[in-house]
Design a protein around this ligand. Structure first.
Ligand SMILES: Cc1cc2nc3c(=O)[nH]c(=O)nc-3n(C[C@H](O)[C@H](O)[C@H](O)COP(=O)(O)O)c2cc1C
Length: 173
């Protein structure tokens, strides 16, 4: 638990979300403090489904994070100040199979209220609980160019929909 992070009411959360996700990047972290992995992501969605606030994340099967996201129901999305860009670059280039990313980048973890993992250096994070998974299928793509551009190796993403249990902003940043 890190008490510098204050919960804000989810409907009141304001951000240039396309910009924040796609240009800002974030760490997608699956698991709990005893067993977790994190990776950089820049594709994702926030919205509403089943009358719940949800986040949608996309993970390719070869990622080390994939196994953690399958075996754990705790997923967090942690966003960082621009000064931590190198952390995001590292976590998007190297695998948790080969490196202890937290040790290598000098960031530190804490347990979120939902039992997941976020980082003391984040500027805000979404604490989420997995609800639904589904695999993208080749036959469901209506624009085949999307496949040739994004999946030359047929490594279609698994889609993870999770409920946003809380959004927490870092009052120290
Ligand atoms: C900017 C950026 C965005 C990325 N977005 C995703 C993504 O949304 N889904 C995905 O599966 N991989 C994505 N990746 C790739 C993973 O972060 C990368 O393969 C990472 O090394 C996986 O780590 P892991 O094997 O420890 O899970 C992205 C990488 C970068 C640099």
């Amino acid at each position: 638990m890190n008490t510098n992070f204050k919960q804000i009411e989810t409907p009141l959360f304001e951000a240039k979300i396309f910009d924040v996700i796609n240009k800002g990047w974030f760490l997608l972290t699956a698991g709990n403090p005893e067993s977790y992995n994190t990776m950089t992501a820049s594709w994702g969605s926030l919205g509403t489904l089943w009358n719940l606030h949800i986040a949608i994340s996309f993970i390719r099967p070869q990622r080390h994070t994939f196994g953690f996201a399958n075996s754990s129901d705790k997923l967090t999305l942690s966003f960082f100040p621009e000064s931590k860009r190198e952390v995001l670059k590292f976590c998007g280039k190297y695998s948790g199979k080969d490196y202890d990313k937290v040790k290598e980048t000098g960031i530190s973890i804490f347990e979120t209220p939902n039992g997941g993992v976020s980082f003391n250096e984040a500027s805000f994070y979404l604490d989420t609980q997995k609800l639904f998974v589904s695999d993208m299928k080749e036959e469901n793509f209506l624009i085949k160019e999307l496949i040739s551009k994004n999946y030359p190796n047929n490594d279609f993403h698994r889609i993870f929909i999770s409920e946003v249990k809380g959004i927490y902003t870092n009052s120290e940043q």
